[in-house]
Design a protein around this ligand. Structure first.
Ligand code: ADP
Ligand code: MG
Length: 693
């Protein structure tokens, strides 16, 4: 048997059971093997009933001495109660609506039960246990009691797939593996295993499911988390290495008159950081290896112009370029600014909008296929749909977090020469972790903001100051500026007392902003309505825009110089930073005002940090400290495979070690069939390029 076999090969799993198991995501034997316990029940320490205390979690063992069945409530809920005794005392076990248990619960039978104890209802101080996390009725006396007394796994189970079923299956599976009937090959090279003190794979699997003791759980978890992270890192690095060795990319020529023309027509000079990023990109593009570069730059640091230059370089070499934006609004904005600068130079720029009619879309596809378009801008539909290019040379994608490794891989399958890829992200992460998260990409950083930016001044104020705040906003609008007001919710929520966008909009337009053109945008509007409003704001027709966080990503309205964030305590640092990045993009002094009730210490600290710094990299470090790595990373696993056991947050140590080990393995250049086989089995989607060569 192989780990890739269907779970149906196990005894006791027929077609119906198999289907139910598939429903839980358990399709292959591998899935079952890596269906790791959620927690454990320590039946190795059975508490004598006489020593139980109310409110305590415990496992007890006893003999059933009495049974009772009652009906209660209007619906006639069935309550089964068994009284058990172990010689030190009596305990009531209660089940609700589990009639089928009646045949199994017989006086004289032994039972193990785990759960939390409480005083029995009306039981004069007697203890009871209901909603047990597990129980085991021993049906044939003399059965293997020892075995049932260890530390037992608690799995995520389902309605039709019970805990006991899963236990029986994992037990069977491990038994087969230990008897050599099922191959569970080692996937970590022996040298690495020795060096990092890792348990052998099968032993770790045994110990994670049925540990001898707590210490073994830890050792097993260490080994398995290491394995998981090692495989992924190895995959990423090998992807990079294979690309460099084998993939035929495009060798673009050094920059000519078109890029030169665009550079000299810019109304500003590139900052040093922009210059360096542009140089990195040129070097990559001029090599025959496909470029895979990430440009990490804070909001407003000027990534767009770098993307534009790279696209022009592709066009200059007779290729087409595509740029993907995370939202339609942003795609439109890029389209407008690109066509403004590039059409005069004879570069044909097009917007592939989701709003085009079918016919117009088809026309656009035809023009792309006929190379009548040089640069196309759109949302990610650009690669998801079956768009074919005559001669695609470069893909730029905005916001890495919406563009996973597997999508990158899709591109590598299109066309014969592999196009270059440039990824832009405005989500800075602490430097030490960059390489780990973006394992297969080269990174350029843009830290500086363009000169002459007046830093946004940030204030945190209580709700009692709102009137003054909005007076100030009105004055700025009278001077010709525009303002955003950001609220956490769309509709009023009585309980929370939070301001909703709707409510604030009505309050402001009916009051102090009466007669000023205002707009309200939120996620529930139709795409088209949303865009029209954004467009009007962009054109300066709307002066004050009340919005939910839909404006978070990338919109660029240089004349907007004020932002008020209502209930700012509700937002995380990264989000506040992205929001604040919408202002301070023009020549005007800008103000960001957080209206906050700092009810918690964490909220107070967030506000204090926002007031103190506008540097996204500093904020990222602070965010990491404040939230702890677990939560910090939760939001940024960027298309990495789901992790079954490792937690990139808590396991940073393991991650760094696994990364080191993977790096050594890849460098060592050993052919590692077992590692490749594991990647093929487990992470096919992410790494199909390296496993199917
Ligand atoms: P982001 O990195 O957030 O995408 P943008 O590319 O939208 O930032 O740039 C923000 C603003 O800064 C734009 O209006 C852009 O024209 C301007 N800008 C970019 N680079 C420079 C520069 N070197 N000097 C002055 N202004 C610049
Ligand atoms: Mg941008």
């Amino acid at each position: 048997m192989e780990l890739s076999d269907d779970i149906e090969v196990l005894k006791g799993v027929g077609p119906k059971k198999a289907q139910q198991l598939h429903g839980l995501g358990l399709c292959s034997l591998f899935d079952l093997l890596t269906h790791f316990p959620r927690s454990y029940e320590d039946q190795s320490s059975i508490t004598p009933i006489g020593r139980l205390e109310a409110g305590e979690r415990a496992t007890v063992a006893g003999v059933i001495t009495g049974l009772q069945e009652k009906r209660a409530g209007r619906r006639g809920m069935v309550i089964l109660t068994a009284t058990i005794s172990d010689g030190t005392g009596f305990l009531q076990l209660t089940w609700f609506n589990q009639k089928f248990l009646k045949q199994k619960l017989k006086t004289g039978r032994r039972i193990f039960a785990s759960g939390r104890t409480a005083y029995a209802y009306g039981g004069q101080g007697q203890l009871a246990m209901s909603q047990m996390t597990s129980f085991e009725i021993v049906e044939n006396e003399g059965a293997d009691m020892e075995a049932k007394c260890g530390i037992l796994p608690v799995y995520s189970a389902g309605e039709n797939v019970k805990q006991s079923m899963l236990r029986a299956l994992t037990e069977q599976l491990l038994g087969l593996a230990e008897a050599g009937e099922l191959a569970v090959p080692e996937v970590i090279p022996e040298g690495v295993r020795q060096q990092y003190g890792l348990l052998p794979r099968l032993q770790a699997c045994r110990q994670i499911h049925y540990p001898e003791d707590r210490q073994q759980v830890e050792k097993a978890r260490y080994r398995l988390a290491f394995e998981e992270l090692y495989l992924i890192q190895y995959g990423l690095m090998l992807l990079k290495k294979r690309r460099q060795e084998r993939q035929q990319g495009i060798r673009f020529a050094s920059c000519g008159s078109l890029t030169g023309g665009v550079l000299s027509s810019l109304p500003f000079r590139l900052t040093d950081d922009q210059q360096n990023a542009w140089q990195d990109i040129c070097n990559d593009m001029e090599r025959p290896v496909p470029m895979r570069r990430l440009v990490q730059g804070d909001v407003g640091s000027g990534k767009t112009v770098i993307a534009m230059l790279a696209l022009v370089k592709a066009v200059e070499n007779g290729f087409q370029g595509a740029m993907m934006a995370p939202t339609e609004i942003l795609a439109r904005q890029h389209f407008e600014s690109f066509s403004g600068s590039l059409e005069p130079l004879g570069i044909r720029v097009a917007l592939l909008s989701g709003r085009l009619t079918k016919k117009a879309k088809q026309e656009m596809y035809d023009r792309l296929a006929a190379h009548e378009i040089d640069i196309v801008i759109g949302t990610h539909a650009l690669i998801q749909e079956d768009v074919s290019f005559a001669n695609l040379g470069l893909v730029v994608t905005d916001e890495q977090h919406r563009f996973g490794i597997n999508q990158r891989a899709v591109l590598e399958k299109k066309g014969n020469l592999v196009p270059d890829v440039l990824v832009m992200t405005a989500t800075p992460i602490p430097r030490t972790l960059t390489l780990t998260v973006y394992g297969d990409l080269e990174v350029s950083l843009i830290r500086q903001l363009p000169p002459g930016r007046k830093p946004v001044r940030t204030f945190v104020r209580g709700r009692d100051r709102r009137e003054l705040i909005y007076k100030f906003v009105l004055e700025e609008i009278k001077k010709g500026r525009q303002a955003y007001v950001v609220c956490p919710l769309i509709e009023m929520n009585e309980d929370s007392g939070l301001s909703s966008a709707q409510e604030v909009y009505e309050e402001l337009t009916g009051g102090i902003f009466y007669g000023v053109k205002c707009g309200l945008v939120h996620g529930k509007l139709k795409q088209k309505e949303k865009e029209e409003l954004m467009q009007e704001f962009y054109e300066g027709k709307i002066k004050l825009l009340v919005a939910t966080t839909v404006i978070e990503v990338g919109v660029n309205v240089p004349n907007a110089s004020i932002m008020v964030v209502e209930n700012a305590q509700r937002f995380g640092l990264a989000q506040l930073h992205q929001l604040r990045g919408r202002i301070g993009r023009g020549e005007y002094a800008s103000y960001c005002i957080f209206v906050a009730e700092e009810r918690t210490e964490a909220a107070r600290q967030r506000m204090e940090i926002m007031e103190r710094t506008t540097d996204g990299f500093v904020l990222a470090e602070e965010d990491l400290k404040l939230r702890g790595p677990g939560q910090f990373f939760g939001s940024m696993q960027h298309g990495l495979p789901d992790l079954k056991i490792a937690d990139v947050g808590q396991d940073i140590d393991i991650l760094l070690r696994a990364r080191q080990a993977a790096m050594e393995t890849v460098k060592g250049g050993e052919g590692l069939p077992e590692v490749l086989a594991a990647l093929q089995l487990q992470y096919r989607e992410q790494f199909f390029n390296i496993t199917e060569n």
